[in-house]
Design a binder for this molecule. Sequence first.
Ligand SMILES: Nc1ncnc2c1ncn2[C@@H]1O[C@H](COP(=O)(O)OP(=O)(O)OP(=O)(O)O)[C@@H](O)[C@H]1O
Ligand SMILES: [Mg+2]
Length: 722
Amino acid sequence: MYRAHDTLLDREVAFAVIKTVGFEQTSKERISREAQAMGRLGVHPNIVAVLDLGQEGDGSPYMVTELMGGGDIEGVLEEAEENRLSLERTIEIGKAVCEGLEFAHARGIVHRDLKPGNVWLTEDGTAKIGDFGLAVMTDRSRLTREGMMVGTVSYMPPEQATGGEITPKADLYSLGAMLYEMVTGRPPFLGDDEVAIIGQHINTAPVAPTWHNGNCPRPLEALVMRLLSKDPSERPDSAQDVLNALDTIDLTARGETVERDANSLESLAGGVFVGRQAEMDQLKAALEDVLGGSGRLVTLVGEPGIGKTRISEELATYAGLRGAQVLWGRCYETGGQPPYWPWIQAIRSYVRETDPEELRCQMGSSASVIAEVVTDVKDRLPDLQPAPQMDDPDSTRFRLFDSITSFLKTASNTWPLVLVLDDLHWSDRPSLTFLEFMAREIGQSRLLIVATYRDMELNRRHPLSVTLGDLSRERLFERVLLRGLSEADIARFIEIASGINAPQELSATIRRHTEGNPLFVTEVVRELVQSGELAANVSSGSSTWSVRIPEGVREVIGRRLDRLSERANEMPTTAAVVGRDFRLDTLKGLVENTTEGQLLDVLDESLDAKIIEELSDAVGHYQFTHALMQETLTSELSLTRRVRLHARIAETLEALYGDQVEENASELAYHYVEAEAVLGSEKLLRYSVVGVNRQWKPTVRRKPWPTSSVLNQPSKERPTIR
Ligand SMILES: Nc1ncnc2c1ncn2[C@@H]1O[C@H](COP(=O)(O)OP(=O)(O)OP(=O)(O)O)[C@@H](O)[C@H]1O
Ligand SMILES: [Mg+2]
């Protein structure tokens, strides 16, 4: 864009060449045609006037428009305090945009890329919409090539992201997003990349604007939220309606402080997706392979709450943008589902959404066989004859496997398919046998199978372990292991979810407590936001952070521990009082009436359940897999029992260390401190002094947090862990 001088009419104008390098001839022609349509749009005080159109020597179209001396709204927002505008100015600009849109819509023209960067101000502050229709011509808004998406997607209506029909209501959504940003200083959805943002446009309700700006009047908030409806039919009918609504908003009525309602809090963290760059890259690469005709099986593995389902959803959004259809199948812990349940669910959703004739073509003679398992096929193709009976169960099963496989392969020819099988650790056996069969068959198809499971649920005898073992020998799948979010991811999460810039100490503290498990991070951050502590501490510049472990988190951990047999439950509780890590020798001294063999069995059970893990530095050295695990266990003990245990541990360790007590003084001091009520303070003082003199550095053992002050208190006044 250049500022130019029109010598003929002696006026200042803007001159822009539309970049068409690398575009096909047809696209160039389309651009010219659309540019002409814009030219024909006519003159309106709220639309940047096109003064001339033409072609450069190389065929690139150029355009001369009136000069907008006040710059665009994007620039204005950047400069503004808190990146927001006054409510008066917001409404004024909103109304001007409505006038322009109403005029264009009445002439059958949809903008399709309305955003602050496309709304311009004249020298005297009148807002005008520019770049009408240009975005679509250059196809900027859809993912057309691998990971390609140019420009911002912050204002993109969901129907545009999913390739649905674009009507004038698309512009109304974008207007809603723009109003949202002018009022709150941030667009409705933030994310680390385009897909993360688009996913929220499609699936997540925005947080009410008053959450970010308490001054926003309720009627304006309601209007913005209606404009941001996912379903176009729920948005206002026309730009004129929005204009009328904006006209009636009474700004003098604001000032009452608005209650932040719980619903908007719920959605605060709901749609956020942070980090996971490497894992997403791996998944995207697998998808690209599949689009190119090489089917793939990928497993997503990790502990509960680590984000297996969430990253699958993110992949599903991306796959949708890349033109694939995504089918979901879930397994349940409760049991009682028929065999092949996850497969049935996935196929069923496909069957329901596909035209019967197309389905008939894709299934061919297999339809009747598939219908025996997926009964919906019968509903769609009522004239189906029953499949001939077979005597031998193996042949019957083979026929079923072969029928479903060839159907899915054929279906994926028309439309690439992504099948997400969630929580496979709860799957029935037949489903796993079929997965094994499929994995060997999908090589030449456009099928991506994504299977998620909790590794902690699998021991060597688990049917899924057997399936995966076989498949991995044949290198038939790729495993993506999910670990905790990093400190930077957590900081980003807080920023996106609450709009508050998290100090480094806070994200470090949260990371330490939760080990980056997103479920726990979400809960902890929600609690901090809900209690108002986050905002209060940030504004007071506090540098020490206390993090409460919310009920929900303890429940999750508790459930994992509930799976252990009774005896196996006792051992970790004792071990937890010893510390985050502990030794077999120490335990032997602490548990009575138990042989070493029994103790090892119990440890094996906890190892299998991934409650503890072996440390590689020495034989018989273990640690809890999760800091929260140890905390929860100690918190379940009454104060008296805990103090007694500390006393026994202190004495056992003292005996074990023998003449090496000095080297281990700090550890001993810790247990003597906790056991003071039972053992008195003599040894506590002795070891504390030695510990200080030896300048012990806490590199050897990690101490548990001072749990006695924390988790056993009535929940209302729970003090906090530092
Ligand atoms: N990368 C992420 N960014 C932000 N939030 C996330 C992320 N990953 C997961 N979450 C959130 O953490 C919570 C737990 O994630 P999710 O349900 O995907 O875990 P899971 O691994 O599927 O657990 P389970 O084994 O119990 O099924 C959800 O609320 C989810 O939205
Ligand atoms: Mg899940």
